[in-house]
Write a protein of this length. Sequence first.
Length: 223
Amino acid sequence: MSLAQCGNKARALHLYEMEFLSVRGGETAKAYFCSASGGGQSNAVQNSVCVVLQSEAEMRVIASAVFMSAMLLACVGSASATSYLQASSTEEQLASDTKPKVVTMNSTDASKNIKQDKGVITVNESGAFFLIAAAQVGGKGKGLVRMWMRVNGKDVDNSNTEQFIADASSTTVLVCQGVAELKRGDKIEVVYSGSESGVGLVVKKPAGEPVVPSIIFSGWRID
């Protein structure tokens, strides 16, 4: 089901919700009360209130809204990603000079129609993809860490990001993301550089908690 069809169903659901609200606020949504009376019955019984009944019109609107909600959920499911990847690295990657270096990844955490080999990511179908790389940056001193993406060996325009590391105790997250039109067989790489040797992507291993990877990369097809 196309995204346009999803939008049409969402608008239809909204109209049903509006009809539902108008019915609830109008005279057709009447509440019926009854009091029991008769000899020997307690005041509690005499003053009892029957269950509030919903009008037939309101029930029809509720049923229609439930049906449209189910259709919308089915639509979202059918529009789910046909290609995706999550990869990460448990290896520290620090700059030895100021030259750019490709970020390596030693773990493929989830994958469908996208492969990665030591940080080289290959898509197996053409389309538009959302790509995001989040790196834990720090190091043995202070300096700037930059990170960007490449497609087929060429730096992606306007994709560079940077964080400043104040000292050896400082760490922060550096995020690079974007949308790219890719063709089957295209290769994506994440690249980093450090203004000083000893700064870059770091790994943390807190006791009793998951490892903090040096990088987590996620990508999926959106069209």
